[in-house]
Design a protein around this ligand. Structure first.
Ligand code: 13P
Length: 263
């Protein structure tokens, strides 16, 4: 037991996966797992971030799950409202479809799709203005870690959004620490290294907001059933943002179970 009062979060980031039939099966299997061995919302909050066109059908399919499973958007537009912006989905449109949570700042968006600090700040502003809750991703590259800059990089990423978040809005922020070198590589940060970074993030957040001690800080990067319990046992690891392993209902369920049991 970590002694933390923060309810853990386990969120599956499906990224650009899977095909429709597999998605339906995956949800079906997950609901089945949860029915057989329930996890209460007090033990662990569960979310799924499917591809954007599947958000509403996944949300619909989750309605009769034995515990609430939240549908999370993987991204949103840097433009607010509605208008002539081909291909975009704004915070307001997500909210209008009862999607309350969104990932912002994932390293894949930062690295592949040019989500620089300005874009990320616009997205954060839009999400907060629309009263969405944000899972804000931070994390250093291998080069940055090897150069001893990991902490500085991650804390800067927190500072990048600090001025945009009003005092009470920190309630709407979850942080996900995802070291880039651990994403999809099978290499997980050791529980010690992850905890060290999470403690630094907690310290940084606490300097910015009195709510710092209450903000969930999730770990992401090759989280699997085999390493979930050790990660979950760390004081400042309040959940997981799971990529690959969330595409298997049993693995994802076991990770949620590990966090549910540990707190
Ligand atoms: P993996 O779990 O596949 O390493 O992905 C982590 C991640 O990027 C979640 O957002």
């Amino acid at each position: 037991m970590s002694g933390s009062t923060i309810i853990p979060w386990v969120v599956g980031n499906w990224k650009m996966n899977p095909m429709q039939a597999n998605s339906q099966q995956l949800i079906q299997d997950l609901k089945q797992q949860l029915k057989q061995n329930p996890i209460s919302e007090q033990q662990c909050r569960i979310g799924i971030a499917p591809i954007s066109i599947a958000l509403l059908s996944v949300q619909q399919q989750l309605l009769d799950a034995s515990c609430e499973i939240l549908s999370v958007a993987q991204d949103l537009s840097r433009i607010a409202g509605t208008g002539a912006y081909t291909g975009e989905v704004s915070a307001e449109l997500l909210k209008d479809s009862h999607i309350d949570y969104v990932l912002i700042g994932h390293s894949e968006r930062r690295e592949i799709f040019g989500d620089n600090v300005n874009v990320i700040q616009e997205k954060v502003k839009n999400a907060l203005n629309a009263e969405m809750k944000i899972i804000y991703c931070v994390g250093e590259s291998l080069e940055q870690r090897e150069a001893g800059q990991a902490e500085q990089v991650v804390l800067q990423q927190i500072c990048d959004i600090a001025a945009l978040v009003k005092a009470e809005q920190w309630n709407n922020i979850i942080v996900a620490y995802e070291p880039i070198w651990a994403i999809g590589t099978g290499k997980t940060a050791s529980p010690e290294d992850a905890q060290t970074m999470h403690a630094k993030i907690r310290e940084g957040l606490s300097q910015i907001t009195p709510l710092g001690a209450e903000i969930a800080i999730l770990y992401g990067g090759s989280v699997k059933p085999e390493n979930a319990a050790e990660l979950a046992a760390c004081a400042d690891i309040n959940g997981a943002l799971v990529g690959g392993a969330s595409l298997n209902a049993e693995s994802f369920y076991q990770i949620a179970q590990a966090f549910a049991k540990s707190k």
